[in-house]
Design a protein around this ligand. Sequence first.
Ligand code: HEM
Length: 307
Amino acid sequence: MSQAQKGICAEPNLHALYLTFTVVDDEVQAMRAKLAHVLDLFNHFDEEYYEAMVSGVIAIGTEYWYELYPRLIPQEMAPFPSMQCEDRGAPITPGDLFIQIKADRTDICHAIGTEVIQLLKPHVDLYEEISGFRYLDGRDLTGFVDGTENPKGMRKFAVAIVGDQDQEFAGGSYIHVQRYRHLMTKWQLLAVHNQEEIFGRSKADNIEFDSDKKAQFAHTKRTNLKDADGKSVEILRQSMPYGNMTVQGLYFISCASSPKPFTDMLRSMIFGDEQGEYDKLLDYTVAETGCAYFAPSINFIKQQAKE
Ligand code: HEM
């Protein structure tokens, strides 16, 4: 059975390091081998510092994938679904390789990041590095708890990991990454009850509003979708807050067995319903990056390193 990369369904950690690379040469065989080494690195640190709950993800940008593994394409591979409606947008930005490192120790994230870069250096440029951190009791920097309605237990795997419908890619995951920058001053000027209306949940104690009490523009209304058979459309969110005293936001990560759920949710947020009720959260946060990746199974990466 194909084994999914550990970081895809990992529990929330205290720290993360997100590295986005562009690839600058066409040495694909070397890159395939090095990605298998990166998996070994993750393993090594996980064993050495087991108390730090280390996990990693290697994800390959949908464009670069065609160069790296040209004969083997996941069934639903698609570019990032860039969208724009009025002043609400989801831009596409560069990203050939994405490395997610998570641990409960920031020094371990740093140590792994340093080694990953040493290994990949001749072939890549570092496009962006972002450090994520757990904020208070799992809150986004808007002050609301993030991740409550994420699938749990074995359901996580069903939602986030490709199953036997695409045998060659079973154990993989379609990953979408967006870095959102919050307009904190504007957000903080809102009364708490208006902030709560925007999320459809209470702030301090994180209670969900009854569905008929939620505004159509509420974030949890716009992202709580049903498919044609009335089944919930789901993603696994691995997002974390990032920032400093000048810039703050959410590093949003969606993992799913298909790119469609994320795309449908994003469309619902940006374009809204038939009445044009878009996600009001987007008046207070701006997507500055956007990339689509596929994170293949461990077996796939190791096998391809040998070919
Ligand atoms: C800055 C951007 C975002 C922030 C601050 C944010 C924050 C939140 C918060 C606080 C919740 C409520 C608690 C929870 O269930 O996690 C939530 C729910 C959710 N968000 Fe986001 N989110 C953002 C972007 C997105 C995007 C881009 C998507 C998908 C395209 C998304 C999908 C969801 C889903 C599916 C839920 C659960 C809805 C439900 O069933 O109640 N979020 N988000």
